[in-house]
Design a protein around this ligand. Structure first.
Ligand code: CUA
Length: 356
């Protein structure tokens, strides 16, 4: 009966310790919002493992600490302790039970992994390109554009077909929980069904060089209507990466760009400002009596600070905010298409095509 008391106390302490430790794990390993249907099973499995770990740790530690306290040597006790040589039943039990538990978890994991990687009949394909150190997203069948952000409709099953242009990378949106490597020379797949509208972030989860930690891209889960609006906008936007600097320059020059055309002709006719026909390399007389050669530096200065050196015969009529406008446009193109351009360089390239 005396032993029975010890077992009851140990049993209660194990229960209390398990509940407490499981609470500590949930608090310590708190996860962000679950934003995909795949997140459910991942979080559930983590939850079961937390219970398991809390229980096993408690079982071992409570028994050890309790025994050390309850069965410690009493001051007057000088006798040798009872010698115990093995316990076959116990040893069989603590071998067999863990084997089945571990195999059980293995089977459960295999079944769930199979379910997570199963194709959906109506899944939408996105091609993901990973490189040192940025992400690119293409939408086969939905347009020719390349996006620097991943925008997807909510509740639509997605299949990401992922390629690396250089080394190993790994696609990981913590809110979606699941993760997949990008392996050079292979196409890897990841299936996600985003379930919560919101702004997230894909991070690279594989050390891939000095800028690894900066290999991030926005992931936006939006409504079906917002997604369609975004597609229309993406398809309407010029694909700057497919244009030459000269073509981009012509675009910036036009009314759709920055409207240089309204003051500068390309055929020699005079306007509010000097014609661009043959402008590159031309000698211009300035209103202060000096002469300047129209080179890259002069063009950049004349666009960013138009009144610094006025060509003789022309009034100070040009807006003075192009440096800011260009910077905003360049930032937008970098953010949406991942392309770094310099609009002044594009305009210079265009000017060079306008020879007399
Ligand atoms: Cu790509 Cu780390």
């Amino acid at each position: 009966m005396k032993n029975g008391k010890h077992f009851v106390i140990v049993g209660l302490l194990v229960i209390v310790s398990t509940i407490f430790l499981r609470w500590v794990f949930v608090w310590l390993f708190a996860t962000p919002t679950a934003a995909s249907t795949q997140a459910g099973i991942v979080d559930y499995m983590f939850g079961v493992h937390f219970w398991m770990i809390a229980f096993l740790f408690s079982l071992i530690m409570v028994m050890m600490l309790y025994s050390a306290f309850a069965f410690r040597r009493q001051p007057e006790d000088e006798e040798d302790a009872e010698h115990v040589h093995g316990n076959t039943k116990l040893e069989i039990a603590w071998t067999i039970i863990p084997i089945f538990v571990v195999i059980g978890f293995g089977i459960w994991g295999t079944i769930e992994l199979r379910a997570l990687t199963q194709p959906y009949p109506d899944e939408m394909e996105i091609e993901v390109i990973g490189r040192q150190w940025s992400w690119g997203f293409e939408y086969p069948g939905q347009g020719e554009f390349v996006s620097a952000e991943m925008v997807v409709p909510v509740n639509r099953p997605l299949v990401l077909r992922m390629r690396s242009e250089d080394v190993l990378h790994s696609f990981w949106v913590t809110e979606f929980r699941i993760k997949q490597d990008l392996v050079p020379g292979r196409v890897t797949e990841l299936r996600i069904t985003p379930s919560e509208i919101g702004d997230y972030k894909v991070r690279c989860a594989e050390i891939c060089g000095t800028e690894h930690s900066g290999m991030l891209a926005p992931v936006r889960v939006v409504s079906q209507a917002d997604y369609e609006a975004w597609l229309v906008e993406k398809n309407a936007a010029p694909q700057y990466v497919e244009l030459t600097p000269e073509e981009r320059g012509a675009l910036w020059y036009s009314a759709e760009g920055f409207g240089c055309v309204s003051c500068h002709s390309t055929d020699g006719t005079p306007g509010v400002g000097p014609t661009w026909l043959g402008i590159y390399g031309r000698q211009e007389a300035l209103d202060d009596g000096t002469t300047v050669t129209v080179d890259d530096a002069y063009i950049r200065e004349s666009i960013y600070d138009p009144n610094a050196k006025l060509v003789a015969g022309f009034a100070a009529a040009m807006p003075q905010n192009y440096e800011q406008l260009f910077a905003e446009k360049q930032a937008e193109i970098l953010a949406t298409q991942g392309l770094e351009i310099d609009i002044v360089d594009d305009l210079i390239a265009f000017m060079k095509t306008l020879e007399e």
